[in-house]
Structure formats: structure tokens, C-alpha cells
Design a protein around this ligand. Structure first.
Ligand code: PEP
Ligand code: MG
Length: 652
């Protein structure tokens, strides 16, 4: 009855029960929701008759859809108004602007070529022109993350498997455009079907490169979009190239149906400072061009009928944030010391030399996490030992002998495959051969990396850190290899050796690990996924896999207590440390170092300076006793508002 009624409307309509949703026009989907009497349902709709649809369908539900049920005073259904669409934050911020739907025109691709030599030349011309264009984009990139993406794209253009596929199609008489398109689509499909979130996101990169070359072969001018002012772009999916070339004077933000918070598009959006949300219902593609909408990316919301008060409120908040940021950057060289004199070290999470240099200009006091697996991401061949040693030494030199450099050994596996470290497919990669487990299975890999890292000893205060440690025996085995390599190099002093606390077993046994390490660094990203048993890349669990959960905070408390009892220091290098809201609780729990994402160094340092250690200890104790992440966030929001945000920043 319900599906029939829904079909009477043009709007696309969904029925929601908790985290599940069903197309309201599909009987099978509605049945799969397994709704029983007493459940609370929501109806959402988008399209010209959305409002009428919601009204009629909610009434139908409340009446029991034709069944003789006792009517309840309150309707069993509540309306999820069609005025709000939800997604996941890909890049923070907010914007009020007009909808601009981005639609890529279909390309006409002839299947058959003229002759093989001509088609080969056409493909070579397209590839060369694409390489040059990517090199220019790489040079113009504002930040290492952006530059890396375009370097990786160039590398894809040289991929032998891809080229082999294209050439064999050319030999079959296909056109250059057809051969190239077929080869890239087939490989992208392979990536998508690998059951790995990171690979699936790389499929988007491949599709992007594929389109770029295709247009060049077909001699189609990739004209910049003719955009109106204050555009909020809406797209099924944006490509990294499109994102990087957005004109930020006109584009205020974007919303996509596909993509994830860890995609390259999200990384680029953050680098450009563009608010963006992803994972939004496909309903968004039906919004009319020119419609005024309010994008609140922090909350993952797109308001379709924003009222003036909401717009003004967000606009004022945005202005305050911008002023605060300017002030924090100006004061970035000041130490992160609380008002009652407690110093907290604020260091950087980095993946390249450029990021280290940037971190230093923003007041970073060292490197708390060098994600070494990102140094050579997208390489198909392992870097030589000399190249590795050169990279670590350059980073250590940039830091100097007074600053900490914490190099994490290769953390491959899980969501981070490394092209030059082939691995067997696993049913549960996050529970498989990840991090230190993989390195201990292939000790030569670890040995070589230790040798390269040790070459940088003396240039900075060198620390080596092992990822994904869950057993004490892993630490002992790794230490033995490190000691052998240090001995072979005739080093008189061993660098500091620590482990990441990312697995509940390591946190719970921190008192057992502590005597055997020099330091701990807590990886809250993984600690959260393993504690709550929620995949960190799962789009439907994104809002629940929250590092503010008291279970995660209790494990942090256990770790710090054990470390301090043995005179060892503890850092937090997971994304929780980069959240200003979390700073009071982390300090209150006794965390000694916060290693944060580079652009946030000034903000986190400024936040520390506005706090009192004694108050932080009280709030930390309080939140450990709460029941859920949302309660912790609320308590911290209130505390934050009462302390950090009491004085509005004034413009000078
Ligand atoms: C973490 O898990 O919190 C962490 C810092 O490591 P990564 O995000 O690289 O897995
Ligand atoms: Mg981790």
C-alpha cells in the first residue's frame, strides 16, 4: 500500500528506520526494513511534489496503511523534512550560495581506428600532452598533498599494464580513444571491486586521468566551467583535477553523492579551504540550478530552505573562525603552555619534507608522526636504500638537533596498500597482516628501513615508532632487528624506540609494554575502530565511529597512567589530537604531546594557551564517566564555549 502510494508522486522518496533507508517505491526495499509496530520511521523526499508526498505518506503510515490498527495520539512517523540533506564532512566550513549542477558531457568515442600507426601516434600525443598538463598542475599546486596527487597521476600514465592493454586493443584495429578508454575503465573497475576503500578511491583517480587523456586524444577543449558567482557545486562525483582547478573566487563549496572523507578530492578541498560534504543522497542531483542553499559542512548538512537567522548565524561563526585563525597563525611561535604553566608539546603529522618545512613555519615543535608509508605511495618499485636514507636525513636536517623526529616504520596493509609491497588479498585486511605484523613477516623490509632511518641519527632527536603493535613479542623482535642494524653501523647510541597504541590489547597492557619502550603515541583513528569494532572508512558508521567515545578515552587514560608510572611520555597522533574540542580532555588525562595535522598547529597551540590544567583534569574525570560519545562532545562543547570562546576576536 505504501509503495503504491509513493509511486503516485514524482519526487524520489525514502523511508528511514534508524540507520537503514529504503526506496519508498520499492516493495522489496521496504520489506527489508522489517518494520514492526511501534518503530519510529522517517520519510524524506526531494523533487517538485516532495512536500505533498511527505504529507500524504506520513498520514498513511499514521493510519496504519489501511490495516486496522489502533491509532496513536502521536503519529508513529516523524517527517524528515525535505529541507535538509545529510552527508559526511569532507572538508570543514560553511557557505551560503546557489546550486550549480555539474554535468560532464558524454564523449563520442569511435570504436574503430584509421590505421594502427596513426592511432598509436594519437595515443602517444594524448599521453604526452596529459603528462605536461599534470606537470604544470603539480608545479602550481599549493601544498605537498596536492602536488603528490598530480605526481601520482603522471605515474599512472606510465603504468605498463594499462599501456599494454591499450596497445593490444590498438593492434586489434580499435581507435586510440576507444583503446585508452577501455583500458582505464577496466582497471578502474578492478580497483573498485577489490573490496578495499582506498583502492576504490584510487579508481576515481584513474577515471580522472583516463578522461584527461581521452579529451586530449579527441581534441576536445577542456574549457573551464562557466560558473556564476557564489556557486555551490553539486555533482555525482568530482575528479581530483576538477577539484584542483576550481576557481575559489566563484566556488564557495561542493556537495557530492560519491566520494569519502579520505578521498583525494576531500584532501584537495581541505587544502583549498573549500567546505564540502560527500555521501549525500542522489536526491541532491535533482535540485534546480540557482536554488539558494546553505552548506554546513562541519555538520554534514545541506539546508535547502535556509532561513535568514541560520544564514546569519553561520556567516557570523565563519567570520569569527577566520579572525581566530589569523590571530592563531600570527601567534604560532608562542609555546603551547596552559594558563597555569603546564607545557604541552605540539608537533606535526607529516608525510613529506615539504610538510615538515610548512609545519616549522606554523610553530610545529617537531614531528610526532612521520607516516613513512606515504613517502613512496604510488611507486611501483621500492625506493633504493640510498634514496630512503636521503629522505630521512633531509627531514632530520630540516628539524635540527633540538627537535623530535618520530619516524613510524612502514604501516602497510589495512586501508593502505603500497604498490611495491604486494600482498595477498585478505578477508579482513584491518585484522590481517598490517603494520608491524607485515614487517616482521618480511624482516628484510624492516631491516632496510631501519638502516635508512639510522642514517639520519644525529641530525634530529631521532625516535623510531612501530605501528599496530598488539603483542609484546612484536616489540621484542623489532627491537632485536634494530639493535643488530645499529651494531652493524657501529652506532654507539640507539635511537629512542616507541610503539603506537592503536589496538585495545596494547592499551590494556600498557603497564606491561611501558618498561620496554621509550614512549607511546596513541593512534586514536585505529584505536577507535578496533575498540568500537567499526571500520574507520565505513560511510554508514562514520558518525558512530567517534574517538570521543568514553571507551576510547578510558583506554587513553589507562595508557597514560601506565606510561607515567614508568617515567615514559605519551603522545596522541590520531586525528583526535587535531580537534580543538578534544584538547582539554587529552591534557586533563595527562597526554604530554599532541601531534597534529599541519594546518591545525596554530589552532591547537592557541587552544592549549587558553586552558587551565586543573580544570582540564576535572573535565577529563567527568567525561570518562559518561555513557556515549555524543554526551562527551556536548560536555566538552559547553566547557569550550565557557572557556576558549568567551572573548570574540575583534578585527584590527
Ligand atoms: C591512527 O591510527 O590514529 C594513526 C595515527 O595512524 P594512521 O591514521 O596512519 O593509521
Ligand atoms: Mg593507525
Amino acid at each position: 500500500v505504501f509503495a503504491q502510494a509513493a509511486k503516485g508522486f514524482k519526487a524520489s522518496i525514502y523511508l528511514h528506520k534508524q540507520t537503514q533507508s529504503a526506496n519508498a517505491k520499492s516493495l522489496v526495499a521496504i520489506m527489508a526494513l522489517q518494520t514492526v509496530k511501534g518503530d519510529t520511521l522517517q520519510v524524506s523526499a526531494a523533487g517538485e511534489d516532495a512536500e505533498a508526498a511527505i504529507k500524504a505518506l506520513v498520514a498513511l503510515l499514521a493510519q496504519g496503511c489501511g490495516e486496522a490498527v489502533a491509532t496513536v495520539a502521536e503519529p508513529a512517523a516523524t517527517v524528515l523534512s525535505a529541507t535538509l540533506l545529510k552527508g559526511v564532512c569532507a572538508s570543514p566550513g560553511s557557505a551560503f550560495g546557489q546550486v550549480v549542477q555539474v554535468i560532464e558531457p558524454e564523449l563520442a568515442i569511435p570504436e574503430h581506428g584509421t590505421d594502427e600507426a596513426t592511432e598509436r601516434a594519437a595515443l602517444a600525443r594524448g599521453l604526452l600532452a596529459a603528462t605536461e598538463a599534470l606537470r604544470t598542475l603539480q608545479d602550481k599546486a599549493c601544498g605537498s598533498a596536492q602536488a603528490e596527487i598530480f605526481r601520482a597521476h603522471q605515474e599512472l600514465l606510465e603504468d605498463p599494464t594499462l599501456l599494454e592493454q591499450a596497445h593490444s586493443l590498438l593492434a586489434d584495429g580499435k581507435s586510440a580513444a576507444f583503446a585508452w578508454n577501455r583500458a582505464t575503465l577496466a582497471t578502474a573497475k578492478l580497483f573498485q571491486g577489490a573490496g578495499n576503500a582506498l583502492l576504490a578511491e584510487r579508481a576515481a583517480d584513474l577515471a580522472d586521468v583516463g578522461q584527461r587523456v581521452l579529451k586530449l586524444i579527441l581534441r576536445i577543449q577542456d574549457s573551464a566551467w562557466d560558473l556564476p558567482e557564489r556557486a555551490i557545486l553539486i555533482a555525482e562525483q568530482l575528479t581530483p583535477s576538477q577539484t584542483a582547478s576550481l576557481d575559489t573566487r566563484k566556488v564557495l563549496g561542493f556537495v557530492t553523492v560519491g566520494g569519502g572523507a579520505t578521498s583525494h578530492v576531500a584532501i584537495l578541498a581541505r587544502a583549498l579551504g573549500l567546505p564540502a560534504i560527500c555521501g549525500v543522497s542522489a536526491d541532491v542531483l535533482g535540485l534546480a540550478n540557482g536554488k539558494q542553499v546553505l552548506l554546513d559542512a562541519d555538520k554534514g548538512d545541506l539546508h535547502l530552505e535556509p532561513n535568514l537567522a541560520e544564514i546569519e548565524h553561520l556567516e557570523a561563526a565563519r567570520k569569527q573562525q577566520a579572525l581566530r585563525h589569523q590571530r592563531d597563525v600570527a601567534q604560532a611561535s608562542l609555546p603551547a603552555t596552559t594558563r597555569d604553566g603546564h607545557h604541552v608539546e605540539v608537533t606535526a603529522n607529516v608525510a613529506s619534507l615539504q610538510e615538515v618545512e610548512h609545519a616549522l613555519t606554523l610553530g610545529g615543535e617537531g614531528v610526532g608522526l612521520l607516516r613513512s608509508e606515504f613517502l613512496y605511495l604510488d611507486r611501483h618499485r621500492a625506493p633504493s636504500p640510498e634514496e630512503q636514507a636521503g629522505t630521512y636525513t633531509a627531514i632530520a636536517r630540516a628539524l635540527g638537533s633540538e627537535r623530535n623526529l618520530v619516524v613510524r616504520t612502514l604501516d602497510v596493509g589495512g586501508d593502505k596498500p603500497l604498490a611495491y609491497v604486494p600482498m595477498d588479498a585478505e578477508t579482513n585486511p584491518f585484522l590481517g597482516l598490517r603494520g608491524i605484523r607485515l614487517c616482521l613477516e618480511r624482516p628484510e623490509l624492516l631491516r632496510e628501513q631501519f638502516r635508512a632511518i639510522l642514517a639520519s641519527a644525529g641530525f634530529a632527536r631521532l625516535h623510531i615508532m612501530l605501528p599496530m603493535v598488539s603483542l609484546l613479542s612484536e616489540l621484542h623482535l623489532a627491537r632485536k632487528i634494530l639493535e643488530e642494524e645499529a651494531l652493524a653501523l657501529k652506532l654507539t647510541e640507539l635511537p629512542k624506540l616507541g610503539i603506537m597504541i592503536e589496538v585495545p590489547s596494547a592499551a590494556l597492557m600498557a603497564d606491561v609494554f611501558a618498561p620496554h619502550v621509550d614512549f607511546f603515541s596513541i593512534g586514536t583513528n585505529d584505536l577507535t575502530q578496533y575498540t568500537l569494532a567499526m571500520d574507520r572508512d565505513h560511510p554508514r558508521l562514520a558518525s558512530q565511529a567517534d574517538s570521543f567515545h568514553p571507551a576510547v578515552l578510558r583506554l587513553i587514560a589507562t595508557t597514560v597512567k601506565a606510561a607515567h608510572a614508568h617515567g615514559k611520555w605519551v603522545g596522541v597522533c590520531g586525528a583526535l589530537a587535531s580537534e580543538a574540542l578534544a584538547v582539554p580532555v587529552l591534557i586533563g588525562l595527562g597526554v604530554d604531546e599532541l601531534s597534529v595535522s599541519v594546518p591545525l598547529i596554530p589552532t591547537i597551540k592557541a587552544t592549549v594557551r587558553e586552558l587551565d590544567l586543573a580544570d582540564c583534569q576535572i573535565i577529563a574525570r567527568q567525561v570518562l564517566g559518561l555513557e556515549e560519545a555524543s554526551q562527551v562532545r556536548e560536555a566538552l562543547r559547553q566547557y569550550h564555549a565557557a572557556t576558549v570562546e568567551t572573548s570574540p576576536v575583534v578585527e584590527h
